[in-house]
Design a protein. Structure first.
Length: 306
């Protein structure tokens, strides 16, 4: 019986929307707009398309920590859950501004000064500001296309010593090169817990590297790593230097481990994926496998390790 003889089930509006949403939220770094364009032509249903993009884009933007330029060009803003005031308003803590974000267009529509109740107390701000300055210095030196922000996630109303509070450092670096058929990203989130009673600072980091190569194929890299560390609770400036050093140490260590792992791909994984004698009857050039170095390409596209 031919395939055409089998009845094709009709998908409900909800099923169509969920399928479209899945493809959108799983789009590689910097490619959701291309996916959206294709989905729109496949669906041929504007109502379903609008429902899907309205739900998918905010999730994608926050998960990928996208960076947008503020309308007044005073700064860039990271779209993250840590700076989210509501569905469309996000705090930029360095310049104390709140941006109105159009998630689907991935752009800022407007900006306003942040209110006092949206900002941490002067005591917490000393620590946040000092840490922001140190992290900004590190990101500027390490990631050519990097953006960072430091948010207060707990205890923002504390007025002085004697209580705990939490900060979070967010770092996002991207390299979009669709004309060369590749895109890449680095994302890291560092939760910083200031423990007053213990006079200690506990640091928990989550790092993620993503890359997509799509010239005559589809190769994706999605690597994640978590770590923990700690340091003494000191003055805002000294604490900031110590925390920034911890971040620098662990991120460098992780990238070096990735570099080491992927340098072995040509001699191990690539060989396992190929026939010894492919159907073309032409032997694979194992004597020159270094030309297939993912490590070199990832480093080049992210601008890391230079």
């Amino acid at each position: 019986m031919a395939d055409d003889d089998y009845p094709q089930p009709d998908l409900t509006v909800k099923e169509k929307k969920e399928m479209a949403k899945w493809f959108l939220t799983h789009a590689p770094t910097g490619e959701i707009q291309y996916i959206a364009k294709d989905i729109r032509s496949v669906l041929m249903d504007e109502d379903v398309y609008e429902m899907a993009v309205s739900e998918a884009f905010p999730l994608y933007n926050k998960a990928h920590l996208i960076s947008l330029e503020l309308p007044n060009r005073t700064s860039d803003i990271l779209v993250t859950t840590f700076g989210e005031l509501d569905d469309t308003h996000y705090l930029e803590p360095r310049t104390c501004q709140v941006a109105t974000v159009d998630h689907v267009k991935q752009a800022c529509r407007a900006v306003r000064p942040a209110r006092d109740d949206e900002l941490p107390s002067s005591y917490v701000e000393e620590f946040r500001g000092a840490l922001d300055a140190e992290v900004l210095k590190y990101v500027t030196e390490t990631y050519p296309k990097g953006t960072c922000a430091v948010y207060c996630t707990n205890g923002k109303d504390i007025e002085g010593p004697g209580a705990d509070f939490d900060l979070v450092v967010v770092i996002s670096a991207v390299r979009h090169s669709p004309q060369n058929f590749c895109n890449g990203s680095w994302r890291s989130i560092w939760n910083i817990a200031f423990k007053d009673e213990l006079q200690a600072v506990e640091v928990t980091g989550k790092m993620q590297v993503g890359a997509h190569y799509f010239e005559e194929g589809n190769v994706q890299l999605d690597a994640k790593h978590e770590c923990r560390d700690s340091t003494l609770l000191q003055s805002p400036e000294d604490s900031a230097v110590s925390i920034a050093h911890i971040i620098h140490h662990h991120e460098s260590e992780y990238f070096e481990s990735l570099e080491s792992s992927y340098s072995n791909l040509p001699d191990t994984t690539f060989k396992d994926l190929r026939r010894k004698l492919p159907v073309t009857r032409t032997l694979f050039p194992w004597h020159n496998t270094l030309q297939f170095s993912l490590t070199r390409d990832v480093s080049k596209e992210l601008g890391i390790g230079k």
